[in-house]
Design a protein around this ligand. Sequence first.
Ligand code: RI2
Length: 316
Amino acid sequence: MKPLSDTAQKIKNMEIRGAGRIARAAASELRDYSERVSTSQLDEFNRKMKYAAQLLISTRPTAVSLPNAVRTVMRYEGNSVAEAKENIKKLADGFILNSENAVRKIGEIGARRVRDGDTIMTHCNSSAAISIMAAAHKAGKNINVITTESRPRWQGHLTIKQLDEIGIKTSLIVDSAVRYFMKEADLVVMGADAVTANGSIINKIGTSQLALCAHEARKNVIIAAETYKFSPRSLLGELIEIEERNSSEVIADEKLNEFKHVSVKNPAFDVTPREYIDLICTEVGAIPPEMAYIIIREYLGWELGDMNSGEMIPNA
Ligand code: RI2
């Protein structure tokens, strides 16, 4: 398979997954793809870059980090193909470096909200959320983590492996046990695939029921999200598309085919309203969800006019 379609396929089938990681993979693929485009005609080069950008964006519809990363790289300029390639490399490398730094910074900021002896409940596998736990552990705080399995893709198994390697004590629970164990948790720390202008967050299916349980039990919910996970298009009133994945992730096709009246619903994400979120921890500070609009305006550099232009990358 060609490297561009290979990367697109890996993002689609979740071989490369996690909102931050797919954003960095897309930026790096655009950079490498641009190197491989052999034309010296700028028009043709631009056309090919747009094709690659759209292909990468189409792989997963929910994580806003993906179109935001692609758009960052597609802001390239240049009067020749060589200049354009150079600029693309600079933008892609810059995005990747900023992204890695952002995850580290979120850890430092978020760890201040973790007290010695705390038990943290988490869901799925978020590198930004784990960065907070790792930083708290590194600061010498004795923490425990309760991790959900995160069916149907079992990302909780990735989380327990990462936490185990760091040396953090972790309990693995089934997704349906979050309310049962909420009494043992001091706070909840989770990641995000998207944050909307009104401060809602979109994250792995099950996030909203966990946040609801935490709200009922008066436990704080911290969302770890880099600024490039905020959705500029939500300012235009657009809703984030929730990815519906294949039924075979939930039940084998042969088993499902035994039934006449059964279908499977498999949304990969859900929406948690801002009422259930105490803090969104970004690399530019820990903010209340109500401040999401400011992040979009100040840090993503989007103007409404910009968004209405033909150059707009869909769903960002
Ligand atoms: P980081 C993941 O999506 C999870 O929903 C996780 O919470 C979110 O991305 C953020 O991950 P998926 O790719 O960027 O597993 O914090 O569907 O690593």
